[in-house]
Write a protein that binds this ligand. Structure first.
Ligand code: ZN
Length: 250
């Protein structure tokens, strides 16, 4: 079985003590690789170091912590991405967060920052990975207007209506390892064609087990998707891995 974790945060403190065994377990369950999304300027540098050490297995996507992003950090991330063009495979996660940010003014303030990152992806000719927690519809609207490159809706949790729109737009989505606990995600798994689905862990978050989540757990999402679609685990693994390679141009 060949798997791929299309979105994780391997530079986080939760992995600091035993990173090498985390990477080893990922190899052991058959991962071909993983994309680690950085969450800010410090995280960008850490991820760069880890990526260089695990060259060809860990890839770097330059993103931010959407709900905590400041103008200053956005500028720093953009500068770093431009400086390290050859060492990143995507821009993201970037986007909109309506889960943590509840007031209208705060929500609106995220849009120009999101637009800066959309422009950056265009300029660098890179695919974009979208965080759209509780803001799936607005993020989709902005992207439809401003972006014509490849889009990955990470941990998509939108309504079936938005899922249909994403399917029609030809965009991709990732399902996390515990996705079968969420009705919207189960519905999206049936609406969006398998050719547009990637698997992720979002480790250390969204664990399917009582422990910290880690890339090896991508196998649980693969099993769940296999059950829902009635397709063998091997076929789901192969399809989602190929989708990740295609999306990130690996
Ligand atoms: Zn994430």
């Amino acid at each position: 079985m060949i798997l791929f974790d299309a979105h994780t945060h391997i530079d986080m403190a939760q992995f600091q003590k035993d990173l090498e065994s985390v990477v080893q377990r990922a190899h052991d369950v058959g991962l071909l690789g993983m994309v680690s999304s950085s969450m800010g300027p410090g995280s960008f540098r850490r991820t760069l170091g880890i990526m260089r050490k695990h060259n060809g297995f860990i890839y770097h996507s330059a993103g931010c912590s959407v709900s905590q992003l400041t103008e200053q950090d956005a500028t720093r991330i953009i500068n770093l991405a431009q400086k390290h063009t050859k060492e990143i495979v995507a821009i993201g996660e970037v986007g909109l967060d309506y889960y943590w940010i509840k007031d209208a003014r705060g929500r609106e303030a995220q849009e120009p920052l999101f637009s800066h990152f959309i422009e950056l992806a265009k300029e660098m000719n890179l695919p974009i990975v979208i965080h759209s927690r509780k803001a799936e519809e607005r993020a989709t609207e902005m992207l439809e207007r401003q972006f014509s490159g490849d889009v990955l809706m990470h941990c998509f949790d939108g309504s079936p209506q938005v899922a249909r729109r994403i399917a029609d737009d030809g965009w991709n989505m990732t399902l996390p390892a515990n996705f079968d606990r969420y009705q919207n995600r189960i519905a999206a798994a049936k609406i969006i064609p398998l050719e547009q689905i990637l698997l992720e862990t979002d480790g250390p978050y969204l664990s399917p087990t009582p422990d910290r989540n880690e890339p090896a757990n991508v196998q649980y999402g693969c099993e769940a998707l296999s059950g829902i679609l009635g397709i063998s685990v091997d076929d789901v693994a192969m399809a989602t891995t190929n989708n990740a390679k295609r999306f990130y141009h690996l």
